[in-house]
Design a protein around this ligand. Structure first.
Ligand SMILES: Nc1ncnc2c1ncn2[C@@H]1O[C@H](COP(=O)(O)OP(=O)(O)OP(=O)(O)O)[C@@H](O)[C@H]1O
Ligand SMILES: [Mg+2]
Length: 307
């Protein structure tokens, strides 16, 4: 599999702020590559350096084999971009925007098809200023896919979209990938990164703190499966001690969370249910929770809100 994007020791500062701090990674042909990270982690700056919209201070960037600073025209024709902040003239109608952008590209995709895929048919004649936030967002995704590009950059893919639109866009992105295209996206939804991306880079303070497949990232956390349930009354003393498979038991009111140990032989849920039954504890709403990418994300980037 070829390399579509190659980044080596990329660094970008804004005055005293180091937005991107010596990062290296590559994106392979045909993959959906995700960047996640807290606000201000440097995701947009990285993407903008790849798009040729910002000049790196240091480091090498190759996109489709070319330097985005030197051959921006080549990239315009072969990549699609959805920017985090975009705008169109207020009175431009949806179809006019699509039609106009189509004329920029020699092999533009059929915009009428995109309009339908993004659920914008009813808004075809609406001026840009009359679209809702999510509808604008969908229009920008359509514009990014219009050049039928080899590589698509999607910065904050589904921010502000309702669940229906989000699922439809996941399908659309998978569809684009199945045609052999490569996708580089950023998202704040860990579920989206987990379900959609082949590989994910977690950025924090301008650095990559982890990069792997979602499954491998979750495994690497050595994280615990959890069993959650509600009890009537309180847990008997000694409940926690009697559980060999648990590292920790948290009690909040009537809600109990048992954090399992890694590499157990007996399923945690069996042990918990047997013990509750043996101790004659009445419980409700018992469920198991598997560790998710969100757990990995919070573990690596902390729980403090960013400036
Ligand atoms: N044009 C700019 N001028 C000065 N500082 C900037 C500029 N753009 C970004 N920054 C700073 O660079 C850092 C990285 O910002 P960037 O937009 O790349 O983060 P991000 O990961 O995309 O965040 P978000 O999740 O909020 O979109 C932040 O500290 C931000 O304040
Ligand atoms: Mg951003």
């Amino acid at each position: 599999m070829g390399t579509i994007v190659q980044v080596e020791k990329l660094r970008k500062t804004y005055g005293a702020t180091v937005a991107v701090d010596d990062i290296s990674f590559e994106v392979r042909e045909g993959e959906i590559f995700g960047m996640v990270g807290p606000n201000g982690a440097g995701k947009t700056t990285t993407i903008e350096c790849l798009e040729g919209l910002r000049k790196p201070d240091r480091g090498t960037v190759r996109v489709l084999g070319v330097d985005p600073q030197r051959e921006s025209q080549t990239l315009r024709e072969r990549t699609g971009m959805q920017l985090q902040q975009s705008n169109l003239p207020e009175r431009m109608r949806v179809w006019e925007a699509l039609d106009l952008y189509s004329s920029f590209y020699p092999k533009a995709a059929d915009w009428k098809e995109l309009l339908a895929q993004l659920g914008l048919e009813e808004k075809r004649n609406a001026p840009f200023s009359k679209l809702s936030g999510g509808q604008k967002q969908r229009l920008f995704i359509a514009l990014a896919l219009l050049p039928d590009p080899q590589l698509v950059f999607l910065d904050e893919l589904t921010t502000g979209l309702d669940p229906q639109a989000r699922h439809a866009i996941w399908d659309l992105v998978r569809d684009v990938r199945s045609k052999g295209k490569t996708i580089l996206l950023t998202t704040h939804f860990m579920e989206e990164a987990e379900r959609l991306c082949d590989r994910v880079a977690i950025l924090d303070h301008g650095r990559i703190v982890a990069l792997d497949t979602p499954a491998a990232l979750i495994r690497s956390l050595g994280a615990e499966e959890r069993v959650v349930f509600n009890v009537d009354g309180s847990l008997p003393a000694g409940f926690e001690k009697a559980l060999s498979g648990a590292v920790r038991v948290e009690v909040q009111g009537e809600r109990v969370t048992v954090h399992g140990k890694d590499g157990r032989k007996v399923p945690l849920v069996s042990e918990v249910v047997s013990l509750l039954t043996a101790q004659g504890v009445r419980f409700r709403d018992l469920r198991t929770e598997q560790p998710t990418l969100e757990d990995v994300f919070l573990k690596l980037t902390g729980r403090e809100m960013r400036e």
